[in-house]
Ligand binder design. Structure first.
Ligand SMILES: Cc1cc2nc3c(=O)[nH]c(=O)nc-3n(C[C@H](O)[C@H](O)[C@H](O)COP(=O)(O)OP(=O)(O)OC[C@H]3O[C@@H](n4cnc5c(N)ncnc54)[C@H](O)[C@@H]3O)c2cc1C
Length: 416
């Protein structure tokens, strides 16, 4: 009797979706693997889209083909294919074109969408952007050809990257944040000095404790922003970076459990049989705090996507969770890694800080000092992977504490 070929269907062709497709293909060479994307471009490395704004990279240089998790081998990636509904009873999805596609195993890997706060007026004007896709990056680059001044709303990582890209293009850039500091999710105000200095040097004007109530425009598009104190700043483009949320609206009537994102078990399976989820759209857990979280990070999405792919093929593969905060990236050419618990103000965590003009290191231990639970490196991120391992494995650090604190830890330690 002929064995039925499995039909694997993946919604979302990015870090999680393509990593899953590749993992499936490695384990099942016969089944069909179809990946649906609502974008118009083949998969690309999303964290690099700011380089397309600055002009430092062409799209062809940030594509995933031949790099990262995507190899394209017998994986059918269909562009312009927005999934509108998922029918879990009949195991099929409907695409905007009207087509219906059946599945045996389905992966939701639709990532996240930017938040646009409802209390800012005028967001529909030409010249107002959010940065999520390569299409957004291209549109920003086009506007930047004629704009002289850009205003960025929000001081998170994505907006800082976008701000730096525009500075590199030669625009004047003002960043407006309500909180007293930038990057407040990833570090505390005192931790940001090196990054602030780098942004100042690059020419960024930073306004903290302020917010914009309205974006002003005329027939040419954006002409300025109105501040909550009544002041106005003239500008020709605005970029809104006010956080992200899981992209789940199309699952409304599917019966798939959603709570901040798609809720999955440790085998990346949702409450509905044969439906899995991974990446920014999925709710996972933080191994340190045990809390349920949605992460918003490329490496996590790719790791979780691979794991989901193995589970879809029937090779049970538990996902070990990820830190609520974990970021290895750079802003204004300043590399940094932030992981685990790094907000210590008002707590009794044991904290060690080492700061030089070029590098900053903050290490956070449990109050009894026996376990490392968080680390922040700015400027010098060498050996950060070791610290990640120690935190994630919840290791007792009794014998290596002074090596950790004095940054003398090396991989050899773990070979003993
Ligand atoms: C500017 C920027 C800079 C970043 N920098 C960093 C960084 O330095 N480090 C880091 O770790 N992370 C960074 N990130 C975050 C990282 O890119 C994401 O965590 C990662 O892309 C998540 O991957 P994903 O596969 O879960 O989802 P996504 O990459 O969001 O992909 C989901 C895909 O699904 C598509 N889709 C959505 N709905 C549908 C539908 N209904 N039908 C069909 N297709 C659909 C989307 O269009 C998209 O192509 C950055 C993100 C941005 C935007």
């Amino acid at each position: 009797m002929a064995v039925k070929q499995m039909q694997y269907l993946i919604i979302g062709a990015s870090a999680a979706g393509m990593a899953a497709a590749e993992a499936i293909r490695k384990l099942d060479s016969e089944g069909s693997v179809t990946v649906l994307s609502d974008e118009q471009d083949m998969p690309y490395f999303r964290p690099m889209i700011p380089f397309v704004i600055s002009g430092k990279k062409k799209f062809s240089e940030i594509m995933l083909i031949g790099q990262g998790p995507y190899q394209g081998a017998n994986i059918d990636v269909r562009l312009n294919s927005r999934v509108e509904t998922v029918n879990t009873a009949d195991q099929k999805v409907s695409v905007k074109s009207g087509e219906e596609l059946p599945y045996d195993k389905l992966l939701i890997a639709t990532g996240s969408v930017p938040n646009i706060p409802s209390d800012i007026g005028g967001v529909e004007a030409e010249g107002v952007f959010v940065l999520r896709t390569i299409a957004d990056a291209r549109a920003m680059a086009r506007r930047a050809e004629t704009a002289g001044h850009a205003v960025m709303l929000g001081g998170g990582l994505l907006n800082l990257k976008a701000a730096f890209a525009l500075l590199e293009r030669g625009l004047d850039v003002t960043l407006i944040v309500k909180s007293p500091e930038i990057l407040s999710r990833l570090m505390e105000p005192d931790d940001t000095v090196l990054i602030r200095n780098a942004l100042n040097k690059a020419g960024l004007k930073l306004m903290t404790g302020s917010s914009v109530t309205r974006i002003l425009s005329d027939s040419t598009g954006v002409i300025g922003v109105l501040l909550d104190n009544g002041g106005e700043i003239p500008c020709q483009m605005v970029c809104i970076g006010k956080g992200i949320r899981a992209n789940v609206e199309f699952l409304d009537k599917s019966g798939i459990l959603v709570d901040q994102g798609v809720v999955v078990d440790k085998f990346t399976c949702s409450n509905i049989q044969n439906v899995f989820a991974a990446g920014d759209v999925a709710v996972t857990f933080d191994p340190i705090t045990g809390q349920r979280i949605v992460t918003g990070l490329w490496t996590n999405a790719a790791e979780m996507g691979s794991c989901a792919g193995r589970n879809m093929v029937g090779r049970p593969s538990a996902y070990s969770g990820t830190f609520g905060i974990l970021n290895a990236t750079q802003v204004a050419d300043e590399p940094f890694v932030s992981m685990g618990i790094v907000h210590t103000k008002g707590t009794d965590y044991e904290t060690h800080i080492a700061a030089t003009p070029k590098a900053y290191r903050k290490l956070v231990f449990t109050p009894d000092g026996t376990r490392l639970i968080g680390a922040l490196f700015i400027g010098d991120i060498s050996r950060a992977g070791l610290y990640r391992y120690i935190i994630r494995e919840r290791m007792s650090v009794k014998d290596i504490k002074s090596d950790i604190v004095n940054h003398r830890l090396h991989y050899g330690y773990f070979l003993r």
